[in-house]
Design a protein around this ligand. Structure first.
Ligand code: GLN
Length: 493
């Protein structure tokens, strides 16, 4: 690892502009880091040749004075984004051998901005999970795991589903990574790995070319080491896309300009309902600390009510599997990836789907099919849709009294691989603070705010009004400076 790996995106851009180093040098340092971080299992596909080519092209553009927003910055791509000519697996065996003939809009936007692709990173299978343990290609190890590389006494999860993205950025293999968030998959791994991550408003980033999990919830977003970097990368990723009918046609602001540090008079909502039973005292203290920092900076904390919060998890785990069961019907052995032959067409379907999908994906398909089936649709799916509306209305009411909401990101620090694995409900509880904003389509951001007694990162979550990512970023910047975290993951320390 060299000094180039320690730079933030903003610092790297300054260095590139000053000709302190080239994009090729910056990229070589990150390719080497990717190689030495292989024991973390963060990368599913490494694309060093492509990275070198892209970096050389970037240096040429900069020499012509034509550098884009992220020109020359090496990043990692969650393997849920289709990348033209580069294997895309969704961490599932069923997509084995699938090489997309097209590029997702978000990744196309990033390449347009000059970013350099280091490779595709691991995730929970089809983004279903909170610990990156459901990947068909093995778990990812959190670089915050104590002990020397490869000799970890406790191998910690990086969170999920964007676990490979989080590990790659925390391990200084990449300056940033794309994530996707359906119920918390950007925010919770950002929290577990000491990173900043934002799930933008539903419709802010195009979903075109992203393997679908739950279409009414899925959103792409950046994961980086600083708030300024998240602001930069979000600007490059976001934008209207006629190919995604749910993408919204609004101009993309200069998010970095929002980082003024001035939050005087801002009303910060504190929802009592997020003080859930059994929340560890250190999480409660961190939350109180966050409130105190914002008050010191001139904001005004106000209590708000989100009365339907207690139903959010149950609602999410009906709506998301229902949509997943429908989206995953396309993997039938005919059009994409794996095919396992059988004596008849239905036997081929059964064999393919039976061996291609892992246990968690099969569980979601079963739940989803059940809640959508005749006789249960009204009792489960329709009821969940009604509760979803109530949850959304709770937020609308709260945002008449406040401008932004502050909560913890997750109910714990990173746990060990193997924990919570035989009890799906325990695993689902990880999402208790993140799913409400997802159901309401609102932007949510996680920012590192402290360390737990175990020395592991803890994040605070900010939830905002639709398309008010700027306020989230501005407030996150204040928390980031107040927290002043300097601790590094043992992997890079
Ligand atoms: N952990 C949640 C789930 O398992 C959320 C996943 C996500 O946001 N993709 O569904």
């Amino acid at each position: 690892m060299t000094a180039l790996n320690r730079l933030t995106m903003t610092e790297a851009l300054t260095g590139l502009d000053r000709r302190d180093f080239t994009a090729v040098e910056l990229t070589e340092a990150h390719i080497a880091a990717v190689e030495s971080a292989r024991p973390l299992n963060a990368f599913l596909v490494e694309t060093p040749d492509q990275a070198r080519e892209m970096a050389a092209a970037s240096d040429a553009r900069r020499a012509q004075g034509e550098a884009g927003l992220m020109d020359g910055l090496p990043i990692a791509i969650k393997d849920l984004f289709c990348t033209k000519g580069v294997a895309t697996t969704a961490a599932s065996k069923i997509l084995q051998g699938f090489i997309p003939p097209y590029e997702s809009t978000v990744t196309a936007n990033l390449w347009q901005a000059g970013a350099v692709m280091l490779g595709k990173v691991n995730l929970d299978e089809f983004a279903m999970g909170s610990a990156n343990v459901t990947s068909a290609y093995g778990p990812v190890i959190n670089p915050w795991s104590p002990g020397p590389l490869g000799a970890w006494p406790r191998r910690l999860v990086p969170g999920g589903s964007s676990g490979g993205s989080a590990a790659a950025v925390a391990a200084r293999c990449a300056l940033g990574a794309t994530g996707t968030d359906t119920g918390g998959s950007i925010r919770q791994p950002a929290g577990f790995c000491g990173l900043v991550g934002i799930k933008p408003t539903y419709g802010r980033c195009s979903r075109w070319g992203i393997v679908a999990f739950a279409s009414s919830l899925d959103q792409a977003g950046p994961m980086t080491r600083t708030v300024a970097d998240t602001a930069l990368m979000l600007r490059a990723m976001a934008g209207y896309d006629p190919k995604d009918s749910t993408s919204v046609n609004r101009p993309v602001p200069d998010y970095q300009a929002a980082l003024t540090g001035d939050i005087r008079g801002l009303r910060v909502g504190i929802p009592a309902e997020y003080r859930v039973d059994g929340m560890p005292a250190e999480i409660e203290r961190l939350w109180d600390q966050g409130v105190a920092w914002l008050r010191d900076a001139g904001a005004e904390p106000v209590p708000v009510r989100l009365p339907h919060t207690q139903y959010a998890l149950a609602t999410y785990y009906i709506v998301a599997p229902a949509e997943a069961s429908s989206n995953l019907a396309r993997y039938d052995g005919v059009r994409f990836g794996l095919r396992v032959d059988g004596g008849s067409l239905s036997e081929m379907y059964e064999n393919t789907r039976g061996s291609g999908f892992g246990a968690e994906v099969r569980r979601r398909i079963l739940i989803g099919t059940y809640v959508l089936s005749h006789g249960y649709y009204d009792a489960y799916y329709l009821k969940a849709q009604k509760v979803r509306t109530r949850i959304s209305e709770d937020f609308q009411a709260a945002f008449t009294a406040c401008d932004v909401i502050l909560t913890p990101t997750a109910p714990s620090t990173a746990f060990a691989i193997g924990e919570k694995m035989d009890d799906p409900i325990q695993m689902y509880l990880n999402d208790v603070f993140t799913v409400p904003a997802s159901l309401a389509g609102l932007p949510g951001l996680s920012v590192p705010a402290g360390l737990g007694a175990d020395g592991l990162p803890l994040g605070l979550q900010l939830i905002g009004r639709p398309f008010d990512e700027e306020t989230l970023l501005r407030v996150a910047g204040v928390i980031e400076s107040a927290a002043g975290i300097t601790a590094l993951p043992p992997f890079v320390a």
